[in-house]
Design a protein around this ligand. Structure first.
Ligand SMILES: C[C@H](O)[C@H](O)[C@H]1CNC2=NC(N)=NC(=O)C2=N1
Length: 112
C-alpha cells in the first residue's frame, strides 16, 4: 500500500465515507505512534509531541497549522510548554475519513 503521507487529501464533504474498521486497521500501520480515541461517539486520531520548551512547541504548532491550511483540513491543536497534542477527525462526518490518516502521517513528517 502506498505510504499514506505521499497521498493527497481528498476534500471532506457531508457525504464523504467514514473509514471502515478494516481500513482503520490498515491505515494505522502507517501511523503507529497515534492513538485511536472516541469522544462523544466521534472517533479521532491523537498524538502528543514533546519538545524542549514552549517556543519549539509553538513552532511545531505553526508548521501543522500551515499544513492544515494548505489542504483545507484542520486538527485540534493543544499547545503547552514542551508539548503539543494533535487530534485529527473530520467534523462534517463526525468521524474518521482517510484524510485524517493522511494528515496524521504528514504531521509526523513536520515533527522534527
Ligand atoms: C468550510 C471549510 O472548508 C470546512 O468547514 C472544512 C474546514 N476544515 C475541516 N477540518 C476537518 N478536520 N473537518 C472538516 O469537516 C473540515 N471542514
Amino acid at each position: 500500500m502506498a505510504q499514506l503521507a505521499r497521498q493527497s487529501c481528498e476534500a471532506c464533504s457531508i457525504d464523504a465515507p467514514r473509514v471502515t474498521d478494516e481500513e482503520v486497521a490498515t491505515y494505522r500501520r502507517d501511523i503507529p505512534d497515534w492513538s485511536l480515541v472516541e469522544r462523544d461517539g466521534v472517533q479521532q486520531l491523537e498524538r502528543v509531541f514533546t519538545f524542549d520548551d514552549f517556543q519549539q512547541a509553538l513552532d511545531f504548532t505553526n508548521r501543522v497549522g500551515a499544513l492544515a491550511e494548505e489542504v483545507g483540513h484542520h486538527p485540534a491543536l493543544l499547545t503547552e510548554w514542551g508539548k503539543v497534542t494533535v487530534t485529527w477527525w473530520s467534523h462534517k462526518i463526525k468521524g474518521l475519513h482517510k484524510n485524517d490518516f493522511v494528515m496524521a502521517a504528514r504531521t509526523d513528517e513536520v515533527a522534527d
